[in-house]
Design a protein around this ligand. Structure first.
Ligand SMILES: Nc1ncnc2c1ncn2[C@@H]1O[C@H](COP(=O)(O)OP(=O)(O)OP(=O)(O)O)[C@@H](O)[C@H]1O
Length: 466
């Protein structure tokens, strides 16, 4: 049998016309025959290859690895990517047993895949370049966004601000639900929008609903929409809800603590199954939305009081970001002041400035209404100040009255030693009470001391009642 079919000229003719390589070896891996394509692939003549073992040829570097070797070892059909002459081939070797005499052969079919590999590498490279540009465009879009009025640039320079922004960056990359916590006016909505703008959903919509601003009866239809004829007074055609509007993008539920208990299971279903039911409809719809929520309320406490569903609370609270109040990041007060001074001076065509003393006072104020309060204060000052220089005395009474010793007309040098500092306060408090009350008796009553104790101090401080 051996040799007879290889010596058949018809056989040779047929396989020499085959564009892929054919390599036939015996049970010891000795090359019995190769076709023309194979000689080109290996870069060696038939005379050189035939009679040598695949092991030897592999060692000589004609091809690596040898599929014949693997087939003989594993005794199964094996495919490998082979390199020969700096080109790449897909070599598939099959073990063939001839029934007649149980002789064994390895038939290797070798296909040149160099171009395919190159194109796939090219494709991979092209994909990487496209991805790079997509990210760059997103970044540019984001930077453009933050410069216009609807998307103010985030102000803040301190460590606290940086920590929040770091977290924002990290959560933006994952598609998780985020709960933004913080007092009123700290910038929770701004943070939520920033998460969206830095996420993969940035090209889709950011849809916002304030759960406290709508009557309970309207929230459901606003959020989930309704089918035509769902209720009297409804639009005859039905109406898509905000969930549908936000499809592919982000839905931001502001003041989530105000979401009526009756609606909470519906939101839970949206979070869990990404499914919801428009009002009056019977067929649930699916929605691909990322949910962000914010609150200034203590949801944990609300859960305890059964005012908020526990399961929903845990679903919302997968990741939470606490935006600290302004009094915990006082280093950001001046940047906010200068930003809003500039903004409102431009808006009202003024050139107002704050004195250092006024700035000091504003920096030590606690800002219970946070950035919103600061912004409103600056706008009011810019509009109402009669002079371009805003003195401390022109600041709102509310801010001045929070200063220690605010209305006493006290002027204390805080660099003094503590006893001297305290004496000074005492002296000035006495002077003020005497001036306002007109008599030592009334002044003593006002100060909460006996008249004789007051007299002793008047003497000590050389105060002369007017
Ligand atoms: N880092 C910031 N940079 C610039 N402006 C900011 C920043 N944070 C907040 N603001 C501005 O402060 C104001 C209040 O922010 P925002 O509405 O986001 O607060 P909030 O915490 O959501 O308030 P509420 O709890 O009352 O809804 C907005 O005008 C917002 O543009």
């Amino acid at each position: 049998m051996k040799g007879c079919f290889f010596s058949d000229p018809h056989f040779r003719e047929i396989f020499n016309h085959f564009r892929d390589g054919i390599f036939i070896a015996d049970h010891n891996g000795i090359a019995l025959w190769i076709n023309d394509a194979s000689t080109k692939q290996i870069g060696a003549s038939k005379g050189y290859v035939i009679g040598k073992s695949a092991y030897e040829l592999e060692e000589e570097g004609l091809f690596t690895p040898s599929v014949t070797k693997s087939v003989l070892e594993k005794r199964e059909t094996i495919s490998r990517v082979q390199t020969s002459n700096n080109r790449q081939f897909l070599a598939t070797g099959t073990l063939i047993t001839v029934d007649e005499d149980y002789s064994e052969y390895v038939l290797v079919h070798v296909k040149d895949i160099t171009e395919t590999v190159r194109s796939s590498l090219k494709l991979e490279k092209a994909e990487a370049v496209i991805q790079y540009y997509v990210e760059e465009i997103q970044k540019m879009k984001y930077e453009q966004h933050v410069d216009d009025d609807a998307h103010p640039r985030l102000i803040g320079k301190g460590k606290v601000h940086e920590e929040v922004m770091d977290l924002v960056k990290r959560v933006a990359k994952v598609d998780a639900t985020v709960l933004v916590l913080g007092e009123t006016g700290v910038g929770k909505s701004v943070i939520a929008e920033t998460i969206h703008n830095q996420s993969e959903r940035a090209n889709k919509k950011f849809v916002q609903i304030n759960c406290a601003a709508l009557p309970d009866s309207l929230i459901e239809s606003e959020l989930f929409g309704y089918k035509k004829g769902a209720f009297t007074g409804a639009n005859a055609k039905g109406k898509p809800g905000l969930v549908e509007e936000a499809n592919g993008g982000t839905l931001f539920l502001d003041e989530i603590g105000e979401l009526p208990l009756s609606l909470q299971p519906k939101l839970l279903q949206l979070l869990q199954d990404k499914m919801y039911l428009p009002l009056g409809d019977t067929i649930p719809r699916s929605a691909d939305v990322r949910i962000l929520a914010a609150t200034n309320r203590d949801l944990g406490e609300m859960v305890k009081k059964r005012e908020f569903r526990e399961d929903l609370y845990y679903r919302l609270n997968v990741v939470s970001i606490r935006v600290p109040p302004l009094r915990e990041r006082r280093e950001d007060i001046i940047p906010f002041l200068s930003h809003y001074m500039q903004h409102y001076n431009q808006k009202y065509e003024r050139s107002a400035t704050l004195t250092n003393e006024a700035i000091d006072t504003l920096q030590s104020y606690d800002w219970p209404g946070n950035i919103r309060e600061l912004e409103n204060m600056v706008e009011r000052m810019v509009i109402t100040s009669t002079s371009d220089v805003i003195l401390k005395s022109a600041l709102p009474e509310k801010i001045l009255s929070h200063e220690p010793f605010h209305d006493s007309g006290f002027s204390i040098d805080r660099n003094q030693s503590l006893p001297l500092y305290l004496e000074n306060i005492e002296k000035q408090a006495i002077k003020k009470a005497l001036k306002e009350k007109g008599s030592t008796r009334k002044a003593a009553a006002d100060l909460g001391m006996t008249q004789s104790a007051l007299m002793r101090r008047i003497k000590k401080y050389n105060i002369y009642p007017k």
